[in-house]
Design a protein around this ligand. Structure first.
Ligand SMILES: NC(=O)c1ccc[n+]([C@@H]2O[C@H](COP(=O)([O-])OP(=O)(O)OC[C@H]3O[C@@H](n4cnc5c(N)ncnc54)[C@H](O)[C@@H]3O)[C@@H](O)[C@H]2O)c1
Length: 467
């Protein structure tokens, strides 16, 4: 891949760029919505990205009807589950009615021949989808079954990933593997994947109840699920971290933001705005884990959500890689989250039902020229999730997000042509927004996500790079 392209996929220039919360402009998307732009798109076959719907406070989770199909362990309870979330569902659309979402229970498919049920359900509905539809296929984790059932359940991955690439119209498609006995723990996951909160997440395979707990706490108030919770967010002063802080605050949490001394004034201003708290330190400092643990215990009585968002890049091809560039990236992106998590767990600072979230990157999955250090650190974040997920006490979970091309002030500083290529290389032909990463983290953080453990979900518009 072009060496400039990797830079634009993970741009973290050291230049300070002023914060600006408004969605960064996607000039191409603006242009194609003009009359002349529409003409050129039609005649030249240019990509025509759909303006993605995103959730706004006070809106229903789904603005329309969800069609349910299939048969299996979850089907009997799906209508009540969706009803509890305020989502209207049906098994058959009225004439002329469109579907805003589809949920297919594939857990009853036990062999390859049975897969035709997918075609029978989905094909007639493909022409009856509203804009930005959200599709969820529910399966059984293949590793929990054997023989022809395992084959058929594994086949669902190819189906959902392909449908994600062809659905178009800003649609998303996910496969949710629900472990036996976790049937009652899917509310928060359906709420996320059927709503515009998951606008830029597609083609993902998620496991509920496959690691650790299969049960989850009931959510008293879906509009403020994090009321009374304390959330630590590192690198919170700007970019994706700032948006994580805003969304967790919106969901009711008290946010404790962490950032380096150079970012102290931005951090303080943001935390004041969010009625939060701040801690100015470098997370790689030898005493950082103890200082964070001490602060959380003394000032907040513990922590419920820990988001390891702070991250840096120091790109160079390996032939030119100086050891300090290698070490600084590993120290910030990987060693610090490991040591901080270890200290918080050992000191008993993470409350019961706590949520630990790592921020990986698609570079850690697909690899990238000039990013051997960064991709190693981000693949390590996925390893961090895998190493912890089966051993956490007290209903604590660990998951990660792997962002793709996220539009920030920084990516806006990348040369136009390079940025354009990077933004279009995904099923949605556009970059994501920091809020897309933040909403995914808010889903993990929800008290309703107690059985969502051990996942790494890409927030990448189903980018063509990597799996
Ligand atoms: N922007 C993208 O497209 C993208 C893509 C994939 C992954 N990511 C990941 O998302 C996270 C946030 O990225 P961003 O684009 O918002 O970056 P950013 O550079 O805008 O923000 C990172 C924040 O972390 C802070 N930070 C850095 N080193 C620190 C340290 N030692 N101690 C405390 N704070 C420190 C910075 O001061 C900054 O506020 C990173 O982990 C990054 O690797 C971003």
């Amino acid at each position: 891949m072009d060496t400039e392209l990797h830079t634009l996929l993970h741009v973290h220039t050291t230049r300070h760029v002023r914060r600006n919360r408004t969605a960064m402009s996607d000039r191409y998307q603006g242009f194609v919505s003009t009359p002349i732009g529409k003409l050129l798109v039609k005649n030249l076959g240019l990509p025509n990205p759909t303006r993605l719907e995103r959730w706004t406070e006070g809106a229903p989770l789904v603005d329309g009807t969800v069609v349910l199909g299939g048969e299996g362990r979850l089907f009997p309870t799906l209508p009540a589950t969706l009803d509890g979330l305020g989502i209207a569902s049906t098994q058959a659309l009225d004439e002329g009615q469109q579907a805003k979402g589809l949920v297919f229970d594939a857990t009853g498919i036990t062999d390859a021949a049975g897969l035709v049920a997918l075609q029978e359900f989905f094909t007639p509905l493909m022409r009856r989808l509203a804009s930005c539809p959200h599709v969820v296929v529910i399966g059984t984790p293949p590793e929990s079954v054997e023989g022809s059932e395992r084959v058929a359940q594994r086949a669902l991955e190819g189906f959902t990933r392909s449908l994600g690439k062809e659905i178009g119209r800003g649609g998303t498609v996910q496969l949710v593997y629900v472990a036996p006995e976790a049937e009652d723990s899917v509310d928060s996951t359906l709420a996320f994947f059927l709503s515009p909160k998951s606008a830029y997440v597609s083609g993902q395979v998620v496991r509920v109840g496959a690691h650790g707990p299969t049960r989850t706490a009931p959510v008293a108030d879906w509009t403020r699920p994090l009321a009374g919770k304390v959330a630590l967010v590192t690198g919170a002063s700007r970019g994706i971290g700032e948006e994580i802080a805003r969304v967790l605050h919106r969901d009711g949490a008290t946010v404790v933001g962490v950032d380096v001394p150079q970012a102290a004034s931005e951090l303080q201003a943001l935390m004041r705005e969010l009625d939060g708290d701040h801690l100015v330190l470098d997370i790689t400092a030898p005493d950082a884990p103890q200082r964070i643990a001490h602060h959380l215990r003394e000032h907040h009585g513990g922590v419920d959500v820990v988001v390891h968002n702070a991250g840096i890049t120091r790109d160079k091809k390996l032939a030119n890689m100086a050891v300090d560039r290698w070490n600084s990236v590993i120290a910030v992106n990987l060693t610090a989250p490991e040591l901080i998590t270890r200290e918080l767990l050992d000191a008993g600072v993470v409350n019961e039902g706590g949520r630990i979230v790592g921020v990986a990157s698609i570079a850690g999955i697909a690899g990238n020229v000039g990013q051997t250090n960064y991709a190693a650190s981000k693949a390590g974040v996925i390893g961090f999730v895998e190493s912890l997920r089966d051993d956490l006490p007290d209903g604590i979970t660990v998951n990660a997000v792997a962002p793709g091309f996220i539009i920030t002030q920084m990516t806006a500083a990348v040369p136009f042509a390079t940025r354009e290529v990077g933004q279009r290389l995904n099923a949605m032909a556009q970059g994501g927004l920091p809020v897309d990463v933040a909403e995914t983290i808010a889903w993990y953080a929800s008290p309703g996500s107690g059985a969502v453990n051990g996942n790494t979900v890409r927030v990448c518009g189903q980018m063509m790079l990597g799996a």
